[in-house]
Every structure is written in structure tokens, then in C-alpha cells.
Design a protein around this ligand. Structure first.
Ligand SMILES: NC(=O)c1ccc[n+]([C@@H]2O[C@H](COP(=O)([O-])OP(=O)(O)OC[C@H]3O[C@@H](n4cnc5c(N)ncnc54)[C@H](OP(=O)(O)O)[C@@H]3O)[C@@H](O)[C@H]2O)c1
Length: 326
């Protein structure tokens, strides 16, 4: 089969379209013919090898040679222990190892898959999984946002942020979105009550405090974050610099004991019930999927460059085959 492969870390120039072995499903796996795959910052991190946590499993060379974690497609074959799916089903979900999706076929555990609603295109479905897991768990399941709370999302104009704004508004929160100037209007259109251009204002220095901060792109010290938290507030590190991750892991509990404020890592779990829940919200029109641009598989390098250079407003989707929504 055809796949986009990289044998070294680097810029999108190291990506090549190659013929590789078609995967065979293990007993608990489903073989999916991929129709669409969406891009995530984790693909950029896995390509460039930065931050350092992107090299887990492959310090010098990538272990995961095929990027792409969020796929939508048609089940071609199933392992003998698979109960929920059969050949011909239209499905979508997240690759548990965050790779393997930039290809004509991918093997996935059935645990991270859900049936694609008939009225949703493969492209729309592929734009959902990873960012929806982050937003749902950050805002709803672990964040437990309540009406009237003040929520700040750092990196709110990206994949996870655009879902997180909408979920926080649905929960009745007052929402502040932080991102670059090009994305302020997008954040407002999704319901953000306040927007901050990160190049112009540091939200940890403006004297305001928040009950929940969801940070997909952390690069400030934990002391700055605790200053921006209201009493008993919670800060979630989702992604960002490794130095800040270590601060969160090693100083978070100390800060909690001294100030009562929670500084934590959001460790995102993959659960198909989250896919079903978010899909219902999308189908009922309560949450919008923001798809910025579409590219064919052969132009995956350009697609990743668009994301990595900071131009993406919402999600970028690669179409592996023409969308054949029935
Ligand atoms: N914790 C877990 O279990 C887990 C699981 C999966 C993924 N992740 C991580 O979650 C993150 C996912 O984020 P995503 O997919 O939503 O990324 P994304 O789509 O790239 O969005 C990030 C947004 O942040 C903006 N940004 C850049 N610098 C900023 C700054 N200094 N201040 C505020 N915003 C800034 C970016 O804008 P520009 O255009 O200006 O760059 C972009 O709009 C990744 O780091 C991934 O590794 C974590």
C-alpha cells in the first residue's frame, strides 16, 4: 500500500510517499481502509522530534515512521476477538500509538473506534478524535466546569482549543481564548467571551484569575500559571515544553499544599464513548467541527508545513480517497 513515511526527524522535507507492507490485524484489531486522516500538533511533534517527549520510543530515529493518528474509513477485515465491528462498517477513531494513519490502510484496536454517523463525511469524522478527547476530558470529565466559572484556553484557535471553547460555553462558563491575531475572530465566532492575542498580552500578568486553565501549548513557569488561577482553581498542562512538564510533575503538589491551587498534567485517555458523545453534540448542531483546509495524501508534507508554520485555523484533513459518503 502507499503511505507517507519518515525515517528521520526533521522538517516536512523528510516525508516521502512510499510503498510499504499492508498491515495485518491482530486478534483485537480492525483493518481500516483509510478515506481521511486529520492532522494534529502531535504529528508535527512526531515529525520534528520536538519537544523531547515526542521521541519516546525512538530517541535518535522515529519508531513511528508513518504519522497520522485520527482516521476515518471503512472496515476491511477484523481480528477474531473483535465484537463491535464487521467488514463494510464506516468507522473513525484515534490510533493508540499516535501514528500509522497517513496510509491507505491502518490497523486499530476496536477500543478507540466508533461507528461514523451516516450523515457525517469521512473528512468531518477524521477531524474529531484526538482533539475531542483532549477538550472533553479537559473541560468536562476532569475539568468539571460549572456554570459561571471563568475558563481560559491557551492555544484556543487550534484543534483542541476550538472544541474546548464550545464545550466550556455549553457548560455555562465565561470563556477566554488565547491565540495569535489571525485566530481571534475564529475564537469569537465559536463563543469565546474574551480573546487575547498572545503576541500582545501575557495572560499570567494582567491581574485576572481563572477557575480553569486548559493549556495546549505551555511555556510559562508553573509560578506564572498559579498566579493566574483563582483560589482552588485548576491548571491542566496538555502539551508544550518539556521543562514546564517537569515543573508541573515535580512542583504541582507542593504548590497545591501551599496555595490550594491545582497544577496538573491532563493525561488524555482514549475511549470510544467520548467519540459517541461528541458526535451527538456535532450532529445536534451544538458543537461545530472547524475544518480549515484539505490536501490529498501525496501533499501531506505541504499539509504539515501549513500546520507547523502556524497558519491552520482549526483542523487540516488529508483525503486518502475521494469522500464517498453515501
Ligand atoms: N496530555 C495528553 O495526554 C495529550 C494527548 C494528545 C495530545 N497532546 C498534546 O496536545 C497538544 C494538542 O494541541 P492541538 O492539537 O490543539 O494543537 P494545535 O491545533 O496546533 O493548536 C495549538 C494552538 O496554539 C497556538 N499557539 C502557538 N503558540 C502559542 C502561544 N505562545 N500562546 C498561545 N497559543 C499559542 C497555535 O497557534 P500558531 O498558529 O500561532 O502556532 C495553535 O493555534 C499537542 O502538544 C499534543 O502533543 C497531549
Amino acid at each position: 500500500m502507499k503511505a507517507i513515511v519518515h525515517h528521520e526527524y526533521g522538517s516536512p522535507d523528510v516525508l516521502k510517499l512510499e510503498e510499504v507492507q499492508k498491515p495485518t490485524p491482530a486478534d483485537n484489531e480492525v483493518l481500516v481502509k483509510v478515506h481521511a486522516v486529520s492532522l494534529n500538533r502531535s504529528d508535527w511533534e512526531g515529525l520534528t522530534g520536538k519537544p523531547l517527549y515526542a521521541r519516546i520510543g525512538g530517541l535518535i530515529r522515529p519508531n513511528n515512521k508513518i504519522p497520522g493518528s485520527d482516521i476515518a474509513g471503512t472496515v476491511e477485515a477484523v481480528g477474531k476477538d473483535v465484537r463491535q465491528f464487521k467488514p463494510g462498517d464506516e468507522v473513525f477513531g484515534l490510533m493508540l500509538n499516535y501514528g500509522g494513519g497517513f496510509a491507505e490502510y491502518a490497523c486499530k484496536s476496536e477500543r478507540a473506534l466508533a461507528l461514523k454517523p451516516a450523515g457525517m463525511t469521512f473528512e468531518e469524522a477524521a477531524a474529531i478524535p484526538q482533539v475531542a478527547f483532549i477538550a472533553l476530558q479537559g473541560i468536562r470529565e476532569k475539568g468539571q466546569v460549572q456554570p459561571g466559572q471563568k475558563v481560559l484556553i491557551n492555544g484556543a484557535g487550534g484543534g483542541a482549543g476550538t472544541f474546548a471553547i464550545q464545550l466550556a460555553k455549553l457548560a455555562g462558563a465565561e470563556v477566554t481564548g488565547v491565540d495569535n491575531a489571525e485566530k481571534l475572530e475564529l475564537m469569537r465566532s465559536l463563543g469565546a467571551d474574551h480573546v487575547i492575542d498572545y503576541a500582545k498580552e501575557d495572560f499570567t500578568k494582567n491581574g485576572k484569575q481563572y477557575d480553569l486553565i486548559l493549556d495546549v501549548i505551555a511555556h510559562r513557569s508553573v509560578f506564572a500559571y498559579q498566579r493566574a488561577l483563582a483560589p482552588n482553581g485548576t491548571y491542566f498542562f496538555v502539551g508544550g515544553s518539556v521543562a514546564i512538564l517537569f515543573q508541573v510533575l515535580f512542583l504541582g503538589s507542593l504548590i497545591r499544599r501551599i496555595t490550594g491551587k491545582n497544577i496538573k498534567l491532563l493525561s488524555v485517555q482514549t475511549d470510544s464513548k467520548d467519540l459517541v458523545y461528541i458526535t451527538e453534540l456535532i450532529e445536534s448542531g451544538k458543537v461545530l467541527t472547524v475544518v480549515d483546509k484539505r490536501y490529498p495524501l501525496s501533499e501531506a508534507a505541504e499539509a504539515l508545513r501549513h500546520l507547523g508554520e502556524g497558519h491552520a485555523k482549526g483542523k487540516i484533513v488529508i483525503t486518502v480517497e475521494p469522500d464517498n459518503k453515501s
